[in-house]
Design a protein. Structure first.
Length: 57
């Protein structure tokens, strides 16, 4: 169960990063460096969730 809770937590953070990316894209002068960093963090979370899901099966 602890793994599933961790996946849910990471999923929530992943969603928050997605919202931050969308907010940045809506800005008139989006900060490309900030977007790159947010996307990198989002990908890292996705990879961690995938690894944890692999432990469940």
């Amino acid at each position: 169960m602890a793994v599933e809770a961790r996946i849910r937590e990471l999923g929530s953070r992943h969603h928050s990063l997605d919202e931050a990316i969308q907010d940045e894209l809506r800005r008139p002068a989006a900060d490309d460096l900030r977007l790159k960093e947010l996307k990198r963090k989002k990908l890292k979370l996705k990879e961690e969730m995938a690894a944890l899901r692999g432990e469940l099966h």
